[in-house]
Design a protein around this ligand. Structure first.
Ligand SMILES: NC(=O)c1ccc[n+]([C@@H]2O[C@H](COP(=O)([O-])OP(=O)(O)OC[C@H]3O[C@@H](n4cnc5c(N)ncnc54)[C@H](O)[C@@H]3O)[C@@H](O)[C@H]2O)c1
Ligand SMILES: [Zn+2]
Length: 370
């Protein structure tokens, strides 16, 4: 299945097919002919797929190396970027090289930033291996690293030449990571496509079992939806904000909860809270928050959390990048499948503290700590 995506002035193919990883070298050579390929992946992905991809590349007579870094968000840093670029310089990578990001969103962002900056920019191929990276991180052109001051604060827009997603690799992914990715797909349905949301409701069990036809359809539709938004707003100055549905609350929970919530889990809970806020403001059709929680529960995703107080979450939201005059801003649904614009035409809505507090109380369990 091919989906065409475009960021800024360039369009690229997203190939989603079971078994396509075996064809990665041929696809790399066609989309980005290069003297040499730096295949960047973390240690876990290297153990599962590194040798296989490297051998296939060499069998296809490509010159390629595997550059491995330690897995985890903690390594999505300038230090790892420096180490990877130093290794490429030592090995004599020139401007006629290409970077291949093989892995989850961490590898995609990090290798993407290497590609954006090495010798002022090399072509990039994204080969995402987590559900989240397939439907979200690999498409849209954002690359970057974290700093002590916050996540993704140093980076660049650098769209790939090609995205290659093989649903079969998800079989080695821990189940929690699969479900975290599903939360972002549910978000795509909630903000943009009611039919897709209905289909995920009907297909949740096949999706949890990773049935290839269902996963392929999920990845392809999510990529189409995200790509359409990115094409309208490549530099995130307008409607791309709809992709942040659930994320204002999610970021606050991720920052403060001692429960170590994975991002996708926090997004699920955040979507419920933001739908409750929308209903309280009479912007969102009533019953929407319940429908969202029903689907998240069916996908074995949490709809509430402990380990954080409502006050701590509110304080974090006031400091959020999107906050204006210290008031939190949420992306609000009109109903399942459509977002609502604010009176000023903006895609985010200012939410009064009392409303945000009531919404957070619905998703934060530890009421006596409030
Ligand atoms: N650029 C963007 O637009 C964008 C969008 C969303 C998220 N992100 C970024 O993505 C990152 C999160 O991505 P993620 O959730 O994919 O995390 P990740 O890359 O850390 O992968 C999660 C874990 O799964 C392992 N893994 C990956 N693929 C595997 C496979 N097929 N089999 C077994 N194990 C595998 C990894 O080694 C890691 O331990 C964050 O840094 C976030 O900021 C970026
Ligand atoms: Zn997200």
């Amino acid at each position: 299945m091919h989906v065409a995506a475009s960021d800024a002035d360039r369009s690229y193919d997203v190939v989603v097919r079971a078994g396509v990883l075996a064809e990665l070298p041929a696809l790399m050579a066609a989309a980005a002919p290069a003297e040499r390929y730096a295949i960047i992946c973390d240690r876990n992905v290297a153990a599962h797929y590194g040798e296989r991809v490297l051998r296939a590349a060499r069998d296809a007579t490509l010159t390629a190396d595997l550059l491995v870094f330690e897995a985890g968000e903690a390594h999505k840093t300038r230090e790892t970027w420096a180490d990877l670029t130093d290794r490429m310089l030592e090995r004599g990578y020139g401007r006629d090289s290409c970077v291949v990001a093989l892995g989850g969103g961490v590898a995609g962002d990090l290798a993407g930033f290497v590609a954006a900056t090495y010798m002022r920019g090399l072509p990039l191929i994204q080969a995402p291996t987590t559900l989240l990276a397939m439907i979200d991180a690999a498409v849209g052109g954002k690359t970057g690293v974290d700093t002590v001051a916050g996540k993704n604060l140093v980076g660049a827009f650098h769209p790939p030449r090609l995205v290659v997603a093989d649903p079969l690799v998800l079989h080695t992914l821990p189940s929690a990571e699969v479900r975290a990715g599903l939360a972002e797909a549910i978000k795509h349905g909630a903000i943009l496509d009611a039919t897709y949301f209905d289909w995920i409701e009907r297909s949740s069990q096949e999706l949890l079992r990773l049935e290839p036809v269902a996963i392929q359809r999920l990845v392809a539709r999510s990529v189409e939806l995200k790509a359409a938004i990115v094409a309208q707003d490549p530099r995130e100055s307008g409607c791309r904000a709809v992709l942040n549905f659930g994320h204002t609350v999610a970021h606050a929970l991720e920052l403060h909860t001692s429960w170590g919530l994975p991002h996708g889990f926090a997004v699920g809970i955040g979507m419920v809270a933001e739908a409750v806020a929308g209903e309280l403001l009479h912007v969102t059709e009533s019953g929407t928050a319940d429908r969202l929680s029903g689907l998240l529960t069916r996908c074995r995703l949490p709809v509430s959390t402990g380990g954080v107080t409502v006050d701590a979450a509110l304080a974090a939201m006031r400091l959020d990048k999107k906050a204006r005059r210290s008031a939190a801003r949420f992306t609000l649904l009109a109903r399942v499948g459509a977002c609502a614009t604010a009176a000023d035409g903006s895609w985010t809505h200012e939410v009064a503290e009392a409303v945000a507090r009531t919404a957070l109380r619905k998703v934060i369990l530890d009421t006596h700590a409030v």
